[in-house]
Design a protein around this ligand. Structure first.
Ligand code: PMV
Length: 355
């Protein structure tokens, strides 16, 4: 499916709500949005307020084109329940419940009671196991608010997405984005755009090291880390400085400093997961092989570093000129099934109208 025509310029800071007149063929009550995934260079792991879904630590990410989710929302006067399909299949109850929670907030703000049909499609290569709640909830938040006729600021949209998935707050914006730590009760916490996508010509080569769904989701795993890892207090204490190191390296386009800060944050997060009880180990043999391949490349002078999220895939951030070499080396690494390439991309974009 082609991306929808956007009503906003690429990298728009105010995604949904600067409207062109509604085209005649399009009606009120429905909208579609497209949002890109993001990869955290300084990781979020742990909540300061589970009810409001507030992160205990700041995080900093880059929004990734073309890894995206496209979501349409139709508020339907004839429907008596919310329906959610993902990639053409009715979603499992737990995933539907998270979508309904966002719809409920939107209905509350808009003062409407209509049920909705939500259709979401991930534009990630099939079977790659990369499907991301970040792009999904950013697209859902933008489409649902537009369909309900709400005019939210980008910050309010980001706060809404954050209530479902903290990483989704960052996908509302393009380029390099920060989500500060939240104080308990801070319901309006939103991400902030730091630098535009054009700031640095980086690429991300994703090494796919396993098929299928991950064993344990980020939400369960990070709560486990908070409750059981003895290193959790040290993680929270060091996170602000870690995020600052990433931000400074980015601002200065200092790849060596960026690599050190990115890998420190990722490895610390995984150390936390591994020292939870029971331990959470996302790494597969191919993940370890890819991490070593990245080190060998860097030792040979290639500007590349690696980061991993709540899954086995290894995301290798490199300067644009190094991309082909990085991709070749990873493709030849045992346990790497496939590689994908992404670049810094735009924030969420909304198309008013029928899906
Ligand atoms: O917001 P969630 O539940 O998708 O958690 C994201 C957690 C990590 O991807 C591991 C780190 C991050 O900051 O994106």
């Amino acid at each position: 499916m082609n991306p929808p025509k956007s009503t906003n310029p690429p990298n728009s800071m105010n995604p949904a709500q600067k409207h062109e007149p509604r085209p005649k063929s399009m009606s009120a009550g429905q909208a579609r949005a497209r949002a890109c995934a993001n990869i955290a260079m300084a990781k979020y792991w742990g909540k300061s307020d589970a009810d409001l879904n507030l992160p205990a630590v700041p995080s900093l990410s880059v929004t990734l084109e073309p890894l995206s989710t496209e979501t349409s929302v139709v508020f339907d006067p004839s429907a008596d329940a919310d329906v959610f399909s993902l990639d053409g299949q009715t979603a499992p109850p737990a995933e539907r419940a998270r979508v309904v929670a966002v719809l409920d907030r939107v209905r509350h703000q808009a003062g409407i009671g209509l049920r909705a049909r939500v259709e979401s499609v991930n534009h990630f290569p099939t079977g790659a196991g990369l499907a991301s709640s970040a792009s999904g909830f950013a697209a859902l938040s933008a489409a649902a608010t537009a369909a309900a006729g709400l005019s939210l600021s980008a910050a309010a949209l980001s706060a809404l997405a954050r209530s479902a998935s903290a990483s989704a707050a960052r996908s509302v914006f393009g380029g390099f984005v920060k989500l500060p730590a939240g104080r308990p009760g801070q319901g309006d916490l939103a991400a902030q755009p730091l630098l535009p996508a054009s700031h640095w010509d980086l690429s991300v080569v994703v090494a796919i090291t396993a098929r299928g769904r991950k064993a344990i989701g980020s939400r369960t795993a990070m709560n486990l880390s908070r409750d059981t890892s003895r290193y959790y207090p040290a993680w929270v204490e060091g996170a602000e400085a870690s995020c600052k190191r990433v931000a400074e390296a980015l601002a200065a386009r200092d790849f060596r400093a960026l690599a050190a800060a990115v890998e420190e944050s990722s490895l610390a997060m995984h150390a936390l997961a591994m020292t939870s009880s029971p331990p959470v180990l996302y790494w597969q043999p191919g993940s370890v092989a890819a991490l070593h391949a990245v080190r060998r490349l860097r030792d040979a002078g290639v500007p590349v570093c690696a980061t991993m999220d709540a899954g086995p895939h290894v995301k290798c951030i490199c300067e644009r000129d190094a991309r082909d070499r990085v991709r070749r080396a990873l493709s030849e690494t045992p346990g790497v099934h496939e590689t994908l390439v992404a670049v810094p991309g735009p924030g969420v974009r909304v198309t008013l109208g029928a899906p």
